[in-house]
Design a protein around this ligand. Sequence first.
Ligand code: NAP
Ligand code: ZN
Ligand code: ZN
Length: 346
Amino acid sequence: MTTVAAYAVPAAKAPLERTTIERREVGEFDVLIDIKFAGICHSDIHQAREGWGEATFPMVPGHEIAGIVSEVGAGVTKYQVGDRVGVGCLVDSCRECESCKAGEEQYCTGGNVFTYNAIGKDGELTYGGYSQKVVVHENFVVRIPDALSLDVAAPLLCAGITTYSPLKHWNAGPGKKVAILGLGGLGHTGVKIAHALGAEVTVLSQSLRKKDDGLKLGADHYYATSDEQTFKDLQGSFDLILSTVSAPLDLGAFLSLLKRDGALVNVGAPEEPIALNLFSVIAGRKTLAGSMIGGIAETQEMLDFCAEHGFGAEVEVIRADQINEAYERVLSSDVRYRFVIDIATI
Ligand code: NAP
Ligand code: ZN
Ligand code: ZN
């Protein structure tokens, strides 16, 4: 066991504080990673405050991990000491079910293991990236291309793959009108990726405050959802709407913005249920769908895609003692566009 410093949530809704945790010995197929940067995802906050239901404490959040390999097990073939690597939301899965065989480990039915707030195959609680080191099986580690610096790469491990996967699955590309709903951590990577895929991109944000940024990120159009005129102007406009909103929404109003056969794909994970009049999907043969992160191979594909197109996330690098303040800023939609913790400051 190795003792490492970390930031943990000691109990539901309590502020994070510095502590130490134990990391397991490096096993035959394990990689030891010196974590350099960890992104703050809104999912960290939902879980730290038990917004999604009961959680396990102490909790070390963080599933947007970028670092350098510092040791490998004897059986590891994919990585060497010194490699630049990342870890996202998953650290294990059953490897045998239909989803695992299809490379969709995020939908594993045999029991996958999330990077934190979960029980690992060794029976121990998993701890995430707000810590100095992590030990992960090589199959759940991805390579960060040289073209991406580690701080801007970190958020791609969750925000990037969570938007890339559905954009690809629902064929965002040339000739397609795609709306990204919510311009936060996920939303801003969604805009960059949809633009790089060749789609015509519209941002739907609560206000026009971030319009200049949205256009610079690659959006062609930008509308405020607080303006009723937006819903009149954009009726029946989109092939695909990707909702990244973390709070309950009037989904019916957004479904009305789809063309016939359009799809509203939800990746936002609000804490409360949402009521919906089903005529919103009946009329126009529309699809309301969801999507969760992405598989390991697709995560690697996404990192390579972002590197090829020359972009990472837009980040505000913070010290570890600023995490609690950053959580408050995320909750008030005051994030431009991902907080990333400099792990050297833990
Ligand atoms: P974030 O940075 O806080 O962005 C969410 C954005 O939603 C905000 O920037 C804001 O955009 C908009 N928003 C927030 N409150 C709103 C409200 N009351 N009404 C309308 N719009 C509102 O969060 P994130 O890290 O991108 O995560 C977004 C959501 O996705 C969270 O629920 C998170 O748990 C979930 N998530 C899901 C997956 C998955 O696999 N499906 C993966 C990661 C995260 P504007 O300021 O532009 O309006
Ligand atoms: Zn996340
Ligand atoms: Zn499986």
